[in-house]
Design a protein around this ligand. Sequence first.
Ligand code: F6R
Length: 361
Amino acid sequence: EKAGYKHFMAKEIAEQPVVIADALKRYVQNGALHLPAEVDFTAVDRLTMVACGTASYACHVAKYWFEQIAGLPVEIDIASEFRYREPPLSPKQWALFVSQSGETADTLAALRYTRDKVAKIVAVVNVPTSSIAREADLALPIMAGIEVGVASTKAFSCQLTTLALLALKAAQDRGRLTPESLAQHLSDLAAIPGLMNHALALSTPIAAIAEELAEAQDVLFLGRGAMFPLALEGALKLKEISYIHAEGYASGELKHGPIALIDNRVPVIVLAPRDPLFEKTVSNMQEVMARHGKVLLISDAQGVAEAGSDCWKTITMPQVSDAFAPILYAIPAQLLAYHTAIAKGTDVDQPRNLAKSVTVE
Ligand code: F6R
């Protein structure tokens, strides 16, 4: 069932071009968004998104899309905090719950807390028969197929893809998108599976970098904008399966504390496509290098040409639209964690202390 792969995680990373294409096929038809009729954001004034772990990082990426493309305010909570915080909810808002398994106890309890308090409860799930799918007003499957590896990979990128399409629908309903810019966004998304195939081909050079990364005690991941939550996800993936301590930070936050950690033993992984914020990230990178930190720059050819020369390592990614870059950059983040775990000899599919589905609080 591993289809020739050594681990489920490797298989599931490699499946991403196909499953993302499946999600796009389901929700885009004849060049137009094709979501269930109930997905109408016209009267929605706010979105509250609730999830745990990797699913919550997918929400944090999607917040950039809902706010920047659709102008819809988004609030995000970790499910274990949400209902105890007793957040005020508005009858005009929607609550959106993201969960691969659809059985996460805290997320389910958070969903129940919102019942009768919001206009609509939407679930973005991988398992369509799950409790969270059944208890929501509307469940949108992410089309990832069964995910066996405990560390979530293809579910994350399919959550992102589904949320991107929802954000585009919100933008359309709220009159924020011309037909031309919608068509451009849809063609940018349609390009992702092909670009992912190129990114997957970087597995061998990433494995070589991972051999050295495996020596580290601490690793920092940096990103700006929608790449910031991807930095959090990259760090979570690395700690889950390689047991190396890793933290993600917004690049601009570095000088407010974490830079104190930097010395010549700390690899700093910078997720930075050549977008309008790139130059700011480069100056954060230089601050790291001035303190002898080892920078691994993950960017496109232009970014690597402009800023890669003094880096410890670089990974050159294909060029991708600014907005949807986090979906593509999930691949090197996952491959780095995977190969680092292999180099350390840890159990990739069944990391210690973790369960695939967390059904207790
Ligand atoms: C990380 C991971 C966990 C889950 C979290 C939520 O690789 O797998 O952080 O993302 O436990 O699980 P679901 O999505 O099933 O609610």
